[in-house]
Design a protein around this ligand. Sequence first.
Ligand code: UDP
Ligand code: MN
Length: 291
Amino acid sequence: HVEYEWTTNIDLDDIFISVKTTQKYHDSRLKAIVKTWFQLARDQVWFFTDYEDDAYQNLTNHHMVQTNCSRGHFRQGLCCKMNKEFDFFLSTSKKFWCHFDDDNYVNIPTLVRVLKEYHAYQDWYLGKPSISSPIEIFLNPAIKSLESKKRAKDNQENQKIKFWFATGGAGFCISRALAIKMMPLASNGKFVTIGDKIRFPDDVTLGFIVEYLLKVPLTVVNSFHSHLERMDHIDVDSFRDQISFSYANIKDDWNVVRIDGFDAGEDPYRFFSLHCYLFPYFDYCKNRSLL
Ligand code: UDP
Ligand code: MN
């Protein structure tokens, strides 16, 4: 049990930021994060990976957590990492847990500023859906076993249930109060168990727990962005107001933010250029060189 103060004013140090990663992305995705936005929150950001990496322990203020979760882009390993992120948050005294993927750029001051609008002693599930209607899934006996008695009586097997979920690849935040309610359902491996029952990815599993089982609605915060959106639709003039950005490349088509700066060869994800736009006092920004 940890003591924490239920004061309303959120500062950076009240936020636990977890980033999901995997061995094969340390030298590419993680490297770009470590040199950019991680430097603005070295004590608050933790990386959840699947490999002991001494080099990255040194670069990340010893914030690499070897989860022992399985590698690979499969539900079990991904839910396992999300479970470890959640358990880690519970073991701290932080007021908000914010999760991001390793292809997110997080605009730290804006994240803090937005969270100041919410109280950690209330239930908050903040994020952004990537689909325009709630997901619908069929109730199977495994899912029905998780429902309240009343709901289990009202709902028929094979009936569809609907709920919203925040896209993991855009990032989301959960308040301490909500996390405490999630504890009996999600802590210590139980998140993985529920993922196995509903057989959907980790972010859908989280939406199911929060929106469907706990009845806490997702609050849509439009300043989270995943690469399911076109990054070049985000206007430069609004960059300061955005919480997260991302990138993806499918074949030769790069979905990246449109920003001048370093050449695409040295900054394919545009993270350094974006970072220098937001925080021009970094040395490599002043020197105009990433070498
Ligand atoms: N990831 C992982 N193990 C894998 C592949 C991906 O933990 O084998 C993580 C990755 O580091 C990222 C997230 O899962 O944080 C999403 O992966 P990616 O961006 O490659 O795929 P997407 O789901 O966005 O298409
Ligand atoms: Mn991605």
